[in-house]
Design a protein around this ligand. Structure first.
Ligand code: 5GP
Ligand code: MG
Ligand code: MG
Length: 184
């Protein structure tokens, strides 16, 4: 299916936002930037599951850095008292963090609440440094401050899918990124 077509996932339609080519070009740039910043050592790449797995696979190779790979999976609590607190469904391996230059790879930073809760947990594990890379950022949706080191694309506060990101389990395999169509 050409990237210009809309896609239907469950009951919703999505339209193209970022092409496969545009994503590839930007990921190569981000890879070079990471290489320049972290040339001196072997970083630990820590990948936020599930959404960042496609971006991370491309970014790690584009960086041409050698380093170990680890995974984290968070889940947000719902309920008023704990809003924004994340639970670690898959915590990072401590030996990939302690005294390491950690490259934390995220798919998208939206409200910022996930990172606000997760970053202190990561810092407690005594990394030498943390470089936070996100493919997408929605500044207009951000509710708390997060120090992001590298951003692939700044986008409008609309729900997006593809290139690892899902809508209720679907759409991760799409090579491009699509945004939810406005009802009209
Ligand atoms: P936060 O609001 O805490 O910054 O974002 C938490 C997580 O929600 C993101 O890492 C991502 O997994 C998911 N998320 C936020 N915005 C979107 C979006 O537009 N599309 C998809 N598929 N997931 C999103
Ligand atoms: Mg994520
Ligand atoms: Mg999701």
């Amino acid at each position: 299916m050409p990237a210009t077509d809309r896609v239907k996932l469950h009951e919703l339609y999505f339209q193209p936002l970022l092409s496969q080519e545009a994503i590839h070009q930007r990921v190569v740039e981000l890879g070079k930037e990471l290489h320049d910043r972290l040339d001196s050592g072997d970083p630990s790449f820590i990948i936020m599951l599930k959404g960042a797995f496609v971006f991370a696979a491309d970014l790690v190779r584009a960086s041409r850095l050698s380093g170990e790979i680890g995974f984290v999976r968070t889940s947000s609590y719902s309920g008023t008292e704990t809003e924004g607190e994340v639970r670690l469904l898959i915590p990072p391996e401590e030996d990939l963090i302690r005294n390491k230059d950690v490259v934390l790879i995220e798919d998208i930073i939206d409200s910022g609440l996930t990172m606000r809760s997760f970053l202190p947990k990561l810092r407690k594990m005594s990394p030498r440094s943390i470089t936070l890379v996100t493919l997408l950022h929605k500044p207009q949706a951000q509710r708390v401050d997060v120090a992001i080191d590298l951003i692939g694309f700044t986008i409008a506060p609309k729900f997006v899918v593809g290139y690892g990101l899902d809508y209720d389990g679907l759409g991760r395999q799409l090579p491009a990124i699509y945004q939810l169509e406005e009802a009209y």
